[in-house]
Design a protein around this ligand. Sequence first.
Ligand code: GLA
Length: 388
Amino acid sequence: MQAKLVEKFKELFGADGEIRTYFAPGRVNMIGEHTDYNGGHVFPCALTIGTYGVVRKREDNKLRFYSMNFENLGIIESSLGDLKPDPTADWTNYPKGVIWAFGEKGMKITQGMDLLLFGNIPNGSGLSSSASVEVLTGYILKDFYGCDVSNQDIALIGQFSENQFNGVNCGIMDQFAIAMGKKGHAIFLDTATLEYEYAPIALKDAKIVISCSNKKRGLGDSKYNERRAECEKALEEIQQFAGINSLGDLTEEEFEQFQTAIKDEDRKKRAKHAVYENQRTVRAVEALKHDDVELFGKLMNESHVSLRDDYEVTGIELDTLVEEAWKIDGVIGSRMTGAGFGGCSVSIVKNDAVDTFIEQVGKAYEEKIGYAADFYVVEIGDGPSRLA
Ligand code: GLA
């Protein structure tokens, strides 16, 4: 595959100069959803699928981008002198945003680049194809352009660019999971402090299956920013009675005590999810440490119910995928993952039930929704790297 990408790069951009190849993964979140902008915990992992980038530094300040996933768009050009979000520039706003963000952080990039991308993450699936492109770009600026940053810095700069350049008020989870990924491990991250711990996901007789709803969506036009604003408002209301910094500071009991401060029923449900989901995530990781995969799965199911009924970010597509999954023997746990409103579900499925799962969930989904879902049995991989 790498050879094919380099060949395509040379065909488009010429063969001279030093050409390097990089990879950054996608991610799936096992539990802890919509907690990362509420000062709570998340538990994501990097995948072995992701984004490949073939790149060359230029002598001038031109930026030339090409994606093998959007070949119809051709080469999209801009320049270092013109780093502004541009709706007509499509996906290239992600690498451009990161180059801009490095400049904002005092690392101005003065040499342009030719960059060819190919991603084997389904686009818009909720497996963070955009954060993957951001981290890939950041890693290129570190490794090839010599910017003095850690992988954690790359995650933070990626989030900054997504917030400030691309207008999505996302938390730190996606970029962190991708930049800090570790084979065979999920990352238990406290988003309030950025303290983290790697926890092995050693599923002896089960696999992680991702079911992709194929419902088209973009984070920017979803209700993501609205949910975030609802939580911020609920926090302000509670803060009039309790000295907390974020909803993640509250236990379930404390929430029940203070929830009357929240003056709107929808807002109350959003805040309840943020608090309960955070506590659930802490318990789930604890269960995993004690090898209690069954309890972990049960908490995944509870997470989905809370995202469906209180946070209201699932929708008929994700609910169908998950509710059909729950019917199958050998499913340890199943829930929506990522922002919601379409995208994917994640399930832990016993090895000998995987085929039945794909067949039955696939059939029921197509019957109800009218188009097919896609299924991926995934592996947990490392963070970004330069390929030999
Ligand atoms: C998106 C955001 C993340 C996180 C999840 C929901 O993936 O980019 O920061 O908020 O949604 O958990």
